[in-house]
Design a protein around this ligand. Structure first.
Ligand code: CA
Length: 225
């Protein structure tokens, strides 16, 4: 499990990173809003610990932008603001949970564990265009018709749906969908993209586009080159 930390307070972030390491997870940290936005999009995290008061771009803004893109990445908001209004704003913006500082690290870790449990295999239905995938039921459909996907095709589609319209590099897809179980020189990714496209395109137009020299993107139309 990899936890992304977006926090400008060095002391707190260091203690949190150490605790996350002791819990057996890895972490990567951003120190301001702009770095944070980049990290949340590209950091391959399983969950985010997000501070609200950040230089550059505020945490609430980051969260809204992440959710507006359709991301379901679990986010634990961590903040010194303890007003009820702030808490409601955080949850409305798409936070999955909320901890007010100062807080016990053990509480942060317990809440992260709960979020991660809710992640893998459950969570809201993912949708893009007319494609839907229900992680809780393990079912994917296009235009209401069930897609007959093998496990790796399903995992690949789920990864695309969790990052709609992002250009996903081959490395990033391999890291997530194949973990370490692949031969980096093989064309297994191309083969699986082809399988997945074939099954999707029986029911509609192309959604998984090749982005030359970069990777693949799930989007409605080819971007004009
Ligand atoms: Ca702060």
């Amino acid at each position: 499990m990899k936890i992304l930390i977006v926090e400008d307070d060095d002391r707190f972030a260091n203690v949190l990173e150490r605790a996350i390491g002791e819990a057996g997870w890895t972490s990567e940290r951003a120190r301001d809003g702009l770095e944070g936005e980049h990290l949340m999009r590209t950091g391959n995290g399983d969950a985010v610990v997000l501070d609200l008061g950040l230089p550059g771009r505020g945490g609430l803004d980051l969260l809204r932008r992440l959710r507006a893109k359709g991301s379901t990445l679990p986010v634990l908001v961590l903040t010194a603001r303890d007003g009820v209004d702030d808490r409601i704003a955080g949850l409305d913006a798409g936070a999955d949970d909320y901890v007010v500082k100062p807080c016990a690290l053990s509480e942060v870790l317990a809440r992260l564990r709960a979020l991660l449990r809710r992640g893998g295999g459950t969570g809201p239905v993912l949708r893009y265009a007319d494609v839907e995938l229900d992680p809780a039921r393990g079912v994917a459909t296009r235009a209401g018709q069930r897609l007959p996907l093998r496990p790796r095709e399903y995992a690949l589609l789920e990864f695309f749906l969790r990052h709609p319209e992002d250009v996903l590099t081959r490395d990033r897809i391999y890291e997530h969908v194949w973990e370490h179980d692949f031969d980096g020189l093989s064309n297994v990714l191309e083969v699986y993209v082809r399988y997945l496209r074939t099954k999707l395109e029986v029911l509609g137009s192309r959604l998984i586009h090749t982005v030359r020299g970069r990777g693949y993107a799930l989007r409605r139309e080819e971007e004009p080159s």
